[in-house]
Ligand binder design. Structure first.
Ligand SMILES: [Zn+2]
Length: 346
């Protein structure tokens, strides 16, 4: 473990995160309040009774299916406009409390409107409004990324993209493809992601997490992803690493999530340092703070403690994140110079 002074330095340092899911970042206290208000069936109405249903516990099975089962439980909690605005505001406030100064927060409209009779436009509008207000109140800048799932229909994807484009001037900065990668290729979504790029949205795709290097290649070469969610299995293919390094493709690496979902057997087996050594541009992210019970500070401390990254490397990863933000060039340049000042000296 790193010493207390180094850990404190990480916690107080201004930070940036590019890969965090709204649906995986809720507060346990809020979930309990919603469960009580809506009488959602639970074995026990207290935090410790709720925790194992929505958070990874020590000794639990670490697999994709088990990890995703937590999201299935969370889908029962999105009951109203008020709840969606409340959880959005809290997720933004929690990031700011951890001294995150710029965050790209992604959410899946199809997950949020399961139990509410409303359109994707309404969902996206509510999240945009709540995120903008919470960002202004908490000294944090927030960009929103809209996610669609590979295992859901193209028709849903089209409607989700329409909503994303409509809200591009109200906080939406990018489009993401998530979902069950092992059984569903990205290719069917090619034209949607081309349209997203033509509309000025940034493109990031979950790949190389539960499927191998070919999935990353498909996302980069066929769907034009500038960033890859996870992408860690690219390390299995040196030629792909060269391609990613050459193109400057950025990996949004989430080590604890990879451990919890069974992608790697432990921090010591994680390929982050291999990817860095091969010249691939990487960033460090939480993915799902609630499910993994971590903050971004925790995650940076973990990679320093268990993967031997230096403070200088952590700062370099933060600068890569600033350089890869889905912002217009002028706004991105401003963000980069702000983080250069904060990260100085490296
Ligand atoms: Zn993710």
């Amino acid at each position: 473990m790193i010493d207390q002074d180094a850990a404190d330095a990480i916690r107080t340092m201004p930070k940036i995160e590019l890969h965090r899911h709204l649906e995986g970042s809720l507060r346990l206290e809020t979930l309990l309040a919603i469960a009580l208000e809506y009488q959602i069936t639970m074995p026990r109405f207290d935090i410790d009774g709720l925790r194992p249903f929505v958070q990874m516990m020590p000794g639990e099975t670490r697999s994709m299916t088990h990890f995703l089962s937590k999201f299935a439980v969370l889908r029962m909690f999105y009951r109203s406009e008020k709840i969606i605005k409340r959880v959005t505001a809290e997720v933004v406030a929690d990031a700011a409390h951890d001294n995150v100064r710029y965050m790209e927060l992604r959410f899946t409209p199809q997950a949020l409107n399961n139990l509410i009779q409303c359109t994707f436009d309404q969902i996206v509008g509510w999240v945009c409004e709540a995120a903008a207000q919470a960002a202004a109140e908490n000294q944090i800048q927030v960009g929103l990324i809209i996610s669609m799932n590979r295992h859901e229909s193209l028709e849903i994807g089209e409607h989700v993209l329409d909503a994303a484009i409509r809200y591009a001037n109200y906080g939406v900065v990018g489009l993401d493809l998530a979902g069950r990668e092992a059984d569903h290729k990205a290719e069917p979504f090619r034209s949607l992601f081309a349209r997203a790029r033509e509309s000025g949205l940034g493109v990031t795709i979950h790949a190389g997490e539960w499927s191998g290097a070919d999935s990353v290649r498909e996302a980069v070469c066929n769907l034009g992803a500038a960033r890859i969610g996870h992408g860690v299995r690219a390390a299995e293919d040196p030629e792909l690493c060269d391609l990613l390094a050459e193109r400057g493709t950025v990996l949004e690496v989430c080590p604890t999530s990879n451990y919890h979902s069974g992608v790697v057997s432990g921090y010591d087996a994680h390929p982050l340092t291999t990817l860095i050594q091969r010249g691939v541009r990487t960033t460090i992210n939480t993915d799902d703070p609630l499910i993994s019970n971590i903050t971004l500070s925790d995650e940076l401390i973990n990679v320093m403690s268990f993967m031997s990254l230096s403070l200088a490397e952590i700062k370099r990863q933060q600068l890569i994140a600033a350089e890869s933000a889905f912002l217009k060039p002028e706004a991105r340049a401003k963000l980069v110079s702000q983080f250069q000042a904060w990260m100085n000296p490296i």
